[in-house]
Design a protein around this ligand. Structure first.
Ligand SMILES: Cc1cc2nc3c(=O)[nH]c(=O)nc-3n(C[C@H](O)[C@H](O)[C@H](O)COP(=O)(O)OP(=O)(O)OC[C@H]3O[C@@H](n4cnc5c(N)ncnc54)[C@H](O)[C@@H]3O)c2cc1C
Length: 322
C-alpha cells in the first residue's frame, strides 16, 4: 500500500531526534495528515509518525464517494494527494511505530518508537482502529491461508471464483460490491436479518446479481487442518448447524481501537479516547482525532473535521506556552 509518491518522498525525510517538536502526531491516516496540514500552515514544527503506510484505513477503500467536491476517488489516490500536500509544506515524518508516550516534569512529552525517542510540546493521537476479529480458534493461523480482513488487498486472488464474506455494515457492503466485479459469486453472511450500512450501498448490493445474501448466520468454527477448508455456521433462528466447504472468507465485522499505551495518560471509554469539543483529552497538550476517539460517526470527513479543530486548539495551546 506504500505508493510511489510516498516511497520517493520517504527518502527526503529529515527527522531530528535531538529537537523539541511543537507537535508529534501518532498515526498517518486522514486524521493525522489533516492535523499535520493545519499545524504546518500555522507555522508549527511537526513530526508525523506512521507505523505502516500513510493513508490508514482509507488506503484500503476502493472507491470513496462521500468527500464533498470529489465525485469518486480511490482511497489510495486521496491518501497520496494528502501526503504530497503535507510534504510540500515540509512535514517531517518517519515510518516508525510508537510504543510509549510519557509526560515529562516540564510538561513536554517523550515519545518512544521502535527505533527512536522524540520530545514534543504537544501530541496529536490519530492511531485509528483496526479490523475486529471473530476470535475463533485457528483465526490467526489461517490469515493468508484462506482468511482475509481486506478485500482490496486480497480480493484479486479469487478472480473468477466463488467467495465468502461475513459482515453487515459499510465496509462489508463495499467489499461485497468490489468482489462482485471480478468474482463469480459472492456469498454474504450476516448475523442479523438486516444491514447496518448506508442505504445507497444496500440498494446497490441488492441490485447486484452475483451477490447472494444469507441472514441470521453466526460463524462458529473455521474448518481445516493447515489451511481454511470450510466454515461452520449456526442459524440463529433455526439453531441448525451448517457447514460450507470453501478455501476463503473475508471478515468485515467492524473495528477496534488500540489505546492501551495511553491509558495512564488520557481518559478512555470502551477503549476509545475521550475528548472535549476542542479534541483535547483529559491531559492538557494531548489531542485525539479521527476513529480513535469516542464518537458516533467514523468517516474520512469527520476525521478531517476533528483534525482541523484539534490543530486550531493545539496551536492556541502552543501560543500560551512560555
Ligand atoms: C474498507 C474501508 C472502506 C472505507 N470507506 C470509506 C468511505 O468510502 N468513506 C469514508 O468517509 N470513510 C470510509 N472508511 C472509513 C475511513 O477510512 C476511516 O474513518 C478513516 O480512515 C479514519 O481515519 P483515521 O486517520 O482516524 O484512522 P486510520 O485511517 O485508521 O489511520 C490510523 C493510522 O495510524 C497508524 N498507527 C496506528 N498505531 C500506530 C502507532 N502505534 N504508531 C504509529 N502509527 C500508528 C496506522 O497504521 C494508520 O495508518 C472506510 C474504511 C475501510 C476499512
Amino acid at each position: 500500500m506504500f505508493t510511489k509518491t510516498q516511497a520517493t518522498l520517504k527518502d527526503s525525510s529529515n527527522v531530528q531526534t535531538n529537537k523539541v517538536y511543537d507537535t508529534v502526531i501518532i498515526g498517518g491516516g486522514p486524521a493525522g495528515m489533516g492535523a499535520a496540514l493545519n499545524l504546518l500552515r500555522a507555522g508549527r514544527s511537526v513530526l508525523l509518525l506512521e507505523k505502516e503506510a500513510f493513508g490508514g484505513q482509507m488506503a484500503t477503500s476502493p472507491r470513496v464517494e462521500n468527500i464533498p467536491g470529489t465525485i469518486s476517488i480511490s482511497g489510495l489516490e486521496f491518501a497520496d494527494l494528502m501526503f504530497e500536500q503535507i510534504s510540500s509544506l515540509g512535514v517531517e515524518f518517519e515510518l516508525e511505530e510508537v510504543e510509549e508516550v510519557k509526560k515529562n516534569d516540564d510538561n513536554s512529552f517523550s515519545i518512544k518508537t521502535n527505533y527512536n525517542e522524540y520530545v514534543a510540546k504537544t501530541i496529536v493521537i490519530s492511531n485509528g482502529v483496526t479490523h475486529r476479529k471473530m476470535n475463533l480458534p485457528k483465526e490467526e493461523e489461517f490469515v493468508g491461508k484462506g482468511i482475509s480482513f481486506c478485500a482490496v488487498c486480497d480480493g484479486a486472488f479469487y478472480k473468477g471464483k466463488e467467495v465468502n464474506l461475513i459482515g453487515d455494515a459499510n465496509t462489508a457492503l463495499q467489499y461485497a460490491l468490489l468482489l462482485s466485479k471480478y468474482c463469480l459469486r459472492v456469498n454474504m453472511f450476516t448475523l442479523f436479518d438486516k444491514f447496518f450500512g448506508d442505504k445507497v450501498l444496500v440498494d446497490r448490493l441488492l441490485e447486484t446479481e452475483n451477490i447472494f445474501i444469507r441472514h441470521n448466520m453466526n460463524l462458529v468454527e473455521y474448518l481445516g487442518e493447515d489451511k481454511l477448508e470450510g466454515l461452520k455456521f449456526q442459524n440463529t433462528e433455526t439453531k441448525e448447524f451448517i457447514e460450507i466447504p470453501t478455501d476463503n472468507v473475508f471478515i468485515a465485522i467492524g473495528q477496534v481501537p488500540h489505546n492501551d499505551m495511553f491509558k495512564d495518560l488520557v481518559n478512555l471509554e470502551k477503549g476509545f479516547i475521550v475528548t472535549d469539543e476542542h479534541m483535547e483529552t483529559s491531559c492538557p497538550g494531548v489531542f485525539a482525532v479521527g476513529d480513535t476517539r469516542k464518537k458516533d460517526v467514523r468517516q474520512i470527513v469527520t476525521a478531517l473535521g476533528d483534525a482541523s479543530i484539534a490543530s486550531f486548539y493545539c496551536d492556541k495551546y502552543l501560543s500560551l506556552l512560555k
